[in-house]
Design a protein around this ligand. Structure first.
Ligand code: GUN
Length: 295
């Protein structure tokens, strides 16, 4: 039997819907939750991600401050923008879209963001708090994957989760969160140095692909009945398409569909969840400004 295709758009819509009364509550108190979004350069994928994030904010009644800078912006000029936004009480969250041009030190930029406004969860303080299991802004894509699993009622306790990829944005934090006491999965992390990748992926009850290589995960690499979460977003040439390309994940979707129990599509799987969790973080940044929140 073919796998159930996970409708990330629908689950993300449910998450967003739960935010709307909380946004209204803040608005009644005179607070308009606001995310500053900085994009350096004009990378087409980054432009489309940033546009999607800003549109989603507006849809739930939050605002964004859109800061687009030329690709040759200096590190110092970017830091100056961040310092201004750190000190601006009308701004609750700051997001610097990655990747940055190679002449800019990404780590220095992320460390300059006030941790209270770090809605991406990329600041070392946020990462440290996450690893220690303390309350903090969780990075949006890993958090979105956890919420997907929870909303679908997929059992994680004692499950073997295999994460393919060790990026700071997805693989590393996701592996860490999955091994936490509340999720309680047994986690294996695979990466470019892994010998015989398939021998690991075949053991996964939950297989997460986050490497950025189209169709890396083939059907023979998946245990029958596994849950397959595809975080990859890759543009591949497609002369048939109007844009000249189409988006595919890291998983050979059509083939793996026949083996897995659940599978996320690309697009329409993890992507919408990333945005929903970003909105939640911005809202929580704005709520926490009003003092301790009782929920
Ligand atoms: N680039 C790819 N994913 C992300 C993300 O979640 N946040 C930011 N800031 N940049 C990204």
């Amino acid at each position: 039997m073919a796998a159930q295709i996970i409708d990330g758009k629908e689950i993300a819509r449910k998450v967003r819907e739960r935010l709307i009364p909380r946004v209204a509550n803040l608005q009644q108190q005179g607070v308009a939750p606001c995310l500053a979004v900085i994009l350096v350069g004009t990378d087409p994928a980054s432009v489309s991600y940033v546009t999607a994030k800003e549109r989603a904010l507006a849809e739930v009644g939050m605002t964004s401050r859109d800061i687009r800078l030329p690709a040759d912006t200096t590190e110092e000029a970017l830091l100056e923008h961040i310092r201004d936004l750190n000190g601006d009480p009308a701004v609750h969250g700051i997001l610097v879209q990655l990747p940055l041009p190679s002449h800019i030190d990404e780590e220095r930029i992320l460390m300059a963001i006030d941790p209270a406004k770090d809605v991406d969860g990329f600041h070392p303080l946020s990462v440290g708090n996450m690893v220690l299991g303390r309350k903090t802004f969780l990075p949006c894509t890993p958090h979105g994957v956890l919420v997907l699993l929870r909303e679908l009622g997929i059992p994680t306790k004692g499950a073997h989760a295999v994460v393919v990829g060790r990026s700071n944005i997805v693989g590393r934090p996701l592996a860490n969160l999955l091994s936490g006491k509340d999720i309680n999965a047994t986690v294996t992390v695979c990466h470019t140095g892994t010998r015989d990748l398939a021998s690991f992926t075949r053991q996964a009850d939950i297989l997460i692909a986050a490497v950025g290589r189209p169709h890396l995960i083939t059907a023979d690499m998946v245990k029958p009945g596994a849950v397959v979460i595809d975080v990859g977003v890759n543009r591949v040439e497609d002369p048939q398409s109007k844009k000249g390309y189409r988006l595919v994940g890291d998983v050979d979707f059509d083939a793996v569909l026949q083996v897995a129990s659940y599978i996320t599509p690309v697009p329409g799987g993890v992507g919408p969840m990333t945005i929903a969790m970003l909105l939640q973080n911005v809202l929580e940044a704005a709520e926490s400004r009003l003092g301790p929140v009782c929920r």
